[in-house]
Design a protein around this ligand. Structure first.
Ligand code: SAM
Length: 245
């Protein structure tokens, strides 16, 4: 599948690979359990398997296999009509959503040219039903403009320090029964530590994630849960009026 355009981008991606998710090397569940979840559950086939392998070979941080299986399970029940994703990278999760929900319209936002050039190539080749709209730019500028949409499923998988800033826009754009999923909230367990215990470069991320948890847990309208898949998923939906939870 690798054409020349994608090959060129691999070289450029070297600047990104070094900043990949720490969880890739510090799993939050026992390694043997992780290995079981990744190898004993259904595997991807076809172009999704190829893109997954391409990401692994090039240290591109895409959702891991246990999260893939969870999204396939959850989205095939939820059947969202409109999906929003913040953080496309090379389009792996976007194309997974498109394959799992063939009738959904998917909007995905990415700001990094090195990723965009591969995502464009992948979408041109594999977005067979023309489901995907790729918005190129910083979500900080794009989200305030997305006011007319209601999404049934939103996946935020971008810069962790910005999550708390993006949260109000995403909640405003969530449909009544919609689900917002936020990725990488455990930071390989660093979220449990005090800032003093952490290397300086990790402190802003942990501070940002702590602010996110504070904002989410202070909002009585929201129902939430944490899942130890990948580097931690935070699931959010709006409580039903009158429900006692
Ligand atoms: C972990 S990767 C996304 C992986 C992808 N969701 C997948 O699983 O296939 C995070 C991406 O978010 C992008 N990103 C980070 N902050 C962003 C922002 N403020 N606006 C748009 N994209 C952003 C990065 O450039 C990176 O490509």
């Amino acid at each position: 599948m690798m054409d020349r355009k994608r090959d060129r981008s691999i070289l450029e991606l070297e600047t990104y690979a070094g900043r990949a998710n720490p969880m890739m090397h510090r799993p939050i569940v026992k390694e043997e359990v992780l290995d079981f979840m990744r190898t004993r559950q259904d595997q991807l086939t076809g172009f999704l398997a190829e893109i997954q392998q391409f990401a692994a070979n090039n240290n591109i941080p895409v959702i891991p296999q246990e999260t893939v299986v969870y999204f396939q399970f959850m989205l095939s029940s939820l059947l969202p009509e409109k999906i929003l994703e913040i953080g496309t990278a090379i389009g792996f999760s976007t194309l997974l959503f498109a394959e799992t929900c063939p009738k959904a319209r998917i909007t995905t936002v990415e700001r990094y040219e090195e990723m965009l050039s591969i995502a464009r190539t992948n979408f041109a080749e594999y977005d067979q039903r023309d489901q995907i709209q790729l918005i190129e730019g910083d979500a900080a500028e794009i989200l305030p403009k997305l006011t007319e949409q209601r999404y049934d499923f939103i996946f935020m998988d971008s810069a962790k320090t910005q999550y708390v800033k993006f949260l109000p826009y995403l909640l405003n754009n969530l449909s009544e029964n919609g689900i917002l999923v936020i990725d990488d909230v455990f930071q390989a367990g660093d979220i449990t530590k005090s800032l003093k215990e952490l290397p300086r470069r990790q402190r802003n991320i942990t501070k940002g994630l702590n602010s996110l948890f504070d904002a989410v847990y202070a909002d009585e309208k929201l129902q939430t849960m944490l899942l130890p898949l990948g580097d931690g998923l935070l699931l959010i939906k709006c409580k039903k009026i009158g429900a006692v939870i």
